[in-house]
Design a protein around this ligand. Sequence first.
Ligand code: ATP
Ligand code: MG
Length: 419
Amino acid sequence: MLTTKPKGTLDVYGVDSYHWHWMEEKIRGISELYGATEIRTPTFEHTELFAKNVGETTDIVNKEMYTFLDRGGRSLSLRPEGTAGAIRCFVEDKLYAGVLPAKFYYMMSVFRGEKPQKGRYREHHQFGVEFIGPYEPENDVEVISIAKDVLDAIGAKATLHINSIGEAEAREQYHNVLKSYIGGNLEHMCEDCKSRVDRNPLRALDCKVEKCKKIMEDAPSIQESLNEADKEHFEGVLKLLDTLNIAYVVNPRIVRGLDYYTRTVFEFIDEESLGAQSTLCGGGRYDNVVETTGGPKTGSVGFGMGMERLLMSAKANGKVSDDLVPRRQVFIGYIGDKGRFLSQKLVYELRKCGVRADSDTMGRGLKAQLKYADRINAKYSLVLGDDEIEKGVVQIKDMDSGDKYDVKIDELESFFKTV
Ligand code: ATP
Ligand code: MG
């Protein structure tokens, strides 16, 4: 086990780490255009926070959470999503007394003990936003448009599916409609659906088992259970999406798996390039969650976007460049002791001036040093020997063209700053 990572985890290094940086920079830039600031919350929280907010009957809390007792016997859980922690912070620090909406974004690792497969891991990363305070459709649409802008900027190809699940009244009514529909088909459904029909029949709409999906295709729509205020809110959201020219599909089967959602729910789905794990982003409105966490009743909207899937979709659409790794600008080789010390001094000084300089730190001979310069794809190379040091002039070689330049050692800094 010493050389095997835990199931469902990933290592990121080399060119991949540059793909992540590129994606993270786009995300930060776009979030900040919307006035969102970053929130970082703990990797673990009190278990009850997730039980209460995400919901005790959800798969996430029920089956997938990494829960442990700490040394003081407290039950803690690694975060399985990002909303609960952000809302807890909003309530704990009484941010509801400050300027609203509070607009947060985050990028964080989340942990779920799921069956690992392509696009489904036990530790994955989510970019998410939380806009806390407002009830108006403008905010639903602001949040949706951040997601869309990020997907476009990264080059993912996803379709927005949107629905409204109303407030408690609509869901209660719909639960009954759905229970009787599922009841008539129960013997043909999976064990999970059978056991959740009483507690939360909505979740059958989310079921990934083929035979359940087929049955649920003909289920009555939750739209028919919405009251006037719910409908008005949903129409407001759609009208604004039209105004902004953001394309969408109204999909009554989108209900989201977590307990805290009210009214708007949405997903961005890339069926073309992602196969079975095609949902890139899931989100919606959760107007009760601040209150259930102990704060005043406060509207909120947000989403979580899977960053591994986001990158997969971008790669499948040819939008991720492998040229993102910055080249080493210069390799400084040496012959002899004087050269050895000077090479270290010069790379140190050049780096301070912002030049990506490198030298040999493995005690290699000259031939091996130059081979190394080649392997790290240095743009220029030079070699410091006694002669060069005495004359104060060194020959710089352009490793691509083979061109050579004589440059004073004292003027290396200005040379590399201008080429
Ligand atoms: P799914 O239906 O794929 O299980 P979910 O509804 O559980 O997704 P959310 O809780 O809404 O997903 O999480 C937001 C996003 O995080 C998802 O849309 C997806 O892109 C990503 N995601 C969720 N679970 C995983 C996982 N186990 N591995 C990788 N990415 C994930
Ligand atoms: Mg899931």
